[in-house]
Ligand binder design. Structure first.
Ligand SMILES: [Zn+2]
Length: 366
């Protein structure tokens, strides 16, 4: 079942990996990223010289993602691996440790001049510790069900634990299966920095693109001119995109927004938006009744007309909260989805978000 799902996703992904015309030098450069938006950016820079795979599949939240052995196999095929770093995709360090040597690993959090925003204050402190204690077995499956979309995920979960993983353990033996299985430990909330810096097109243009191009050139020196040409072109398009977003958000009557999780500080800083509150302090973590009450009060006081929700996280709480102060919800997407033409490239994803923010700031629903 899981294998089928994965295969299907791989085929879907094939659509946007796109025209993988093999460069004259031979095979395309195999690049694996932890998350989809970084894969989008690499795809822009590499074009037909690269083949890109993101490990966190469409529809999954990177915050709750847990790798399975097939992810190790995907990673093992990479020449270059691009992670966010800073604890966001810490699971990828364990995968990398188990993968064959020789994969060029990049952690974007280390990019010069990134100026990452600090992680959110962890005022869930004790609660989280308490949760962690009884974080085993059924409860986790139950939580999974709430966070995502029902049985499919739970079923997957079961397969992960009892099926594929054990089978693979026998097959691959010492290949760090233990490490893959040790995933529960650093689940979330250990992010030193807010990891969502890809949601600022200017940071992408000036900070991420240069290091990614460097990485591609180092792994594929014969493609130097190719990457440089694509870098220039993407640079210009990102400048235009920034203007487009400014125009879109310029129409808004307020600058205040309520996010579903803390994904937007870089975007907000760039475009002069003001966060009133977030529904989930960490992606995948439900608010307490007390936090909900505070949120409703703050939203009323600020006159916020809509709460932003996200395709990767269950919007139910946000809908309930929004209804309490007579507002709606608007879908924004920090991650993207290669299966949706409206969100299947970096530029389209950011246009989608600019429009959605524009609507939310007008108090409209989408
Ligand atoms: Zn996030």
């Amino acid at each position: 079942m899981r294998r089928t799902v994965r295969l299907f996703l791989a085929i879907l992904a094939g659509c946007w990996i796109g025209a993988v015309a093999v460069p004259a030098s031979g095979e395309p450069l195999n690049v694996v990223t932890s998350v989809i938006p970084v894969a989008y950016i690499v795809e822009e820079l590499g074009g037909e010289r690269v083949e890109v795979h993101a490990l966190v599949p469409p529809g999954a939240s990177p915050h709750t993602f847990e790798p399975v052995p097939s992810d190790l196999r995907t990673l093992a095929g990479a020449r270059v691996f691009v992670a966010i770093g800073g604890g966001f995709d810490g699971w990828s360090d364990r995968l990398l440790g188990a993968a064959p040597k020789g994969i060029e690993a990049m952690h974007l959090i280390e990019a010069p001049n990134l100026n990452p925003v600090e992680g959110e204050d962890d005022h869930h402190g004790e609660e989280k510790a308490a949760k962690e204690e009884d974080h085993h077995g059924e409860e986790k499956a139950a939580k999974k069900e709430e966070d995502h979309h029902g049985e499919e995920k739970v079923a997957k979960k079961e397969e992960d634990h009892h099926g594929e993983e054990k089978a693979a353990k026998k097959e691959e033996d010492h290949h760090g299966e233990e490490k893959v299985a040790a995933k529960e430990e650093d689940h979330h909330g250990e992010e030193e920095f807010n990891p969502h810096f890809w949601l600022d097109p200017i940071r992408v243009r000036d900070v991420l693109v240069p290091v990614l191009v460097q990485g591609l050139m180092a792994a594929d020196p014969a493609g130097k001119d190719h990457y440089e040409k694509r870098r220039k072109d993407f640079h210009q398009r990102l400048t235009a995109l920034d203007q487009e977003i400014r125009t879109e958000l310029g129409k808004a009557k307020t600058r205040k927004y309520i996010a579903f999780h803390a994904a937007w500080p870089y975007f907000a800083e760039r475009y002069g938006l003001e966060k009133v509150a977030v529904v989930q302090e960490f992606g995948g973590e439900e608010p307490t009744p007390r936090e909900v009450a505070t949120l409703v009060r703050d939203a009323r006081a600020a006159g916020v007309g809509a709460i932003l929700v996200e395709p990767q996280l269950n919007p139910r709480v946000a809908q309930t909260i929004a209804a309490e102060f007579g507002a709606g919800t608007v879908v924004v997407d920090p991650v993207g989805d290669p299966g949706d033409p409206a969100r299947d490239s970096y530029e389209d994803l950011m246009r989608f978000n600019a429009r959605a923010f524009g609507q939310a700031l007008q108090g409209k629903r989408n």
